[in-house]
Design a binder for this molecule. Structure first.
Ligand SMILES: [Zn+2]
Length: 287
């Protein structure tokens, strides 16, 4: 039974679609038909939101590992993580049954549902979302136990992320907003069916399972030697095959993909610029 649901925006303070959706639901309430569910809407990092930046000192969405939560917090975001852990947790013992954290990305990932585990609830949820929104992507990040992730959504008993793009940082696009709202309400529709034990038989669905982050080619001083190849730009969740171009080097060479077929995503994500992450890999699977 999913009793308590919390929607969070502003985990990243410049991701305007989730921020605006949460603000609108706080001001106007949720659409009619969802009144039976106990839903809370929350803006996580208000200081970052006011400044229209991802974070003030550190990425809030990496602060929720068991190790960091047991350490004395120093940065503003680490302190906020500890406060939220007290308020909603402690992690592992929360009374939030489902925490839905809303993000957007500068990558062309469309509407993506990120799940961290593939138990019956999350499998059925993924299949339902894919059935209701056939163009949506399901990204599975189960490379480690869900609780070991540093994501804010892991404070809930169950935690998922909605990730929609492409939307530049710091501004709101109506198409991104619409997809975000649609996916959020689709998740609530599923919860309603799940609570009534009325989930229909759902066909297995295609998912993308996270592999690893790929770093830009760098020189010895960590200076970039390349940019994303134009043939790869905006091709999130499309197959990248052996021999396909990946990087356009500034010396006019190009670098190709030498491995087996993968499905890149978070391609050229602005927030990963400092980390030199060019994209993440995934393999296609059935759930
Ligand atoms: Zn984000």
């Amino acid at each position: 039974m999913i009793r308590n649901i919390t929607f969070v925006g502003a985990t990243h303070g410049n991701e305007q679609s989730g921020i605006q959706l949460v603000k609108n639901w706080q001001r106007f309430g949720l659409p009619a038909g969802y009144s039976k569910l106990n839903i809370d809407c929350y803006l996580a990092n208000k200081a970052a939101m006011k400044a229209n930046v991802r974070f003030v000192e550190e990425d809030l969405n990496r602060q929720f590992t068991p190790a960091l939560l047991s350490k004395t917090p120093e940065s503003l975001e680490a302190q906020l993580a500890h406060t939220l852990n007290q308020q909603w947790g402690p992690k592992g013992a929360s009374n939030i049954d489902l925490l839905i954290d809303i993000h957007n990305t500068t990558s062309a990932m469309g509407a993506t549902l990120i799940i961290l585990e593939t138990d019956e609830f999350h499998t059925q949820l993924a299949r339902y979302v894919k059935q209701q929104m056939p163009t949506a992507n399901i990204l599975v990040e189960d490379e480690k136990p869900a609780a070991e992730h540093g994501y804010l959504c892991t404070l809930g008993k169950r935690g998922i992320m909605i990730e929609v793009g492409a939307q530049p940082q710091g501004l709101l696009r109506a198409d991104t907003y619409a997809l975000t709202a649609q996916m959020a309400l689709t998740v609530l529709d599923f919860v309603g069916l799940y609570n009534q034990q009325n989930v229909p038989g759902l066909p297995a669905c295609e998912v993308f399972r996270f592999g690893e982050n790929i770093i830009y080619p760098l020189d010895g001083d960590s200076e970039r030697l390349a940019m994303i190849h134009p043939a790869l730009q905006d091709k999130d969740f499309q197959p990248l095959n052996h021999g396909d171009p990946v990087f356009q080097l500034f010396n006019s060479d190009e670098q190709t993909w030498e491995g087996d077929t993968i499905y890149p995503h978070f391609i050229n994500e602005a927030a990963y610029h400092k980390l030199h992450v060019a994209f993440a890999t995934a393999v296609k699977a059935t759930l």
